[in-house]
Design a protein around this ligand. Structure first.
Ligand code: FE
Ligand code: FE
Ligand code: ZN
Length: 292
């Protein structure tokens, strides 16, 4: 099992700080955003402390990590040409940063069709990916399974496979399975994960999965919402998520927790839950008082 969480990247230490944060959770891997996920302001590659980060990773045996593109990139927007153009340009730069940092995987939300319908959204995503990917692109883009909130594209394996079909260099495409999003999109993560994987394999082999986002969900099956819960504290529950974490088929795939920070009783402070959640998943025993 390769287990970690998303971590920050900011301040003077940048990527060095990201690796230190991952180590503080006893993680085997991690995921980072190259800047704030809500905007496209980014530091120069030379300011990211990449050498220091990679050397600490090597010392401490962290072999791999993934990068997540910001949510505001929307290749599916056919209503505002500026949004689409910004997405294409930013995605190119994000691929450069991902390569420079030594990661092979950039996770991307496919996009939102903003009312024009999934067919038009998918065509626009295909067009954008074809503008960005070349036969020499050294990084894979992992399309994330989405909850179907608003007009999100990629709420089903079928929609994602249609994107793969249209992309010329689809050998550069991968999938990121997000358990909260799958639940919210109506896939039975809790009650029949084997059937979910059978459905997945109608479209993709296991090797297509570049990473897994392991999250519980605040909402019931099919809610189309996308609100993450701490492991064991949502509608999916600990047993189902722990089984997924220990699934043989996923043993070489990085699993990333994106669960919410916890409020400390009687204080304004919020703490990262990841060290506790990682330990609990490795051990395989749920502790309902873990955050007390
Ligand atoms: Fe995501
Ligand atoms: Fe996710
Ligand atoms: Zn989410």
């Amino acid at each position: 099992m390769i287990l970690g969480s998303h971590v920050g990247m900011s301040g003077k230490e940048m990527m060095l700080g990201s690796v230190k944060e991952a180590l503080s959770y006893q993680a085997d891997t991690f995921m980072l955003y190259t800047g704030a996920p809500q905007n496209t302001r980014r530091k120069e590659i030379s300011e990211l402390r990449i050498e220091d980060g990679l050397s600490l990773m090597k010392d401490r045996g962290i072999k791999d990590f993934v990068v997540h593109a910001p949510y505001i990139i929307n290749l599916a927007n056919t209503v505002n040409p500026d949004t689409y153009q910004l997405a294409v340009e930013f995605l190119r730069k994000e691929l450069e940063r991902t390569e420079a940092m030594g990661s092979h995987t950039l996770v991307l939300h496919p996009g939102s069709h903003v009312g024009e319908g999934a067919d038009i959204g998918i065509a626009s995503i295909v067009k954008g990916l074809n503008e960005v990917l070349t036969k020499d692109t050294p990084v894979n883009i992992a399309l994330e399974t989405m909850a179907g909130k608003g007009s999100e594209v990629g709420r089903s394996f079928e929609e994602l496979s249609r994107i793969f079909e249209g992309v010329n260099y689809s050998d550069k495409l991968r999938i990121c399975l997000d358990t909260c999003h799958l639940n919210d999109a109506g896939y039975k993560v809790k009650d029949d994960f084997d059937a979910l994987m059978d459905e997945f394999h109608r479209f993709f082999p296991t090797e297509t999965i570049a990473c897994i986002h392991l999250n519980d969900s605040l909402n019931p099956l099919g809610a189309a919402k996308d609100r993450h819960a701490n492991i064991g504290f949502g509608t999916i529950g600990f047993d189902a998520l722990c089984k997924i974490a220990h699934r043989e088929e996923f043993s070489d795939i990085p699993m990333i927790l994106e669960t919410p920070y916890c409020q400390i009783a009687g204080s304004e402070e919020r703490l990262a839950p990841y060290a506790l959640e990682i330990a609990m998943l490795r051990k395989g025993v749920f502790d309902p008082h873990i955050f007390d």
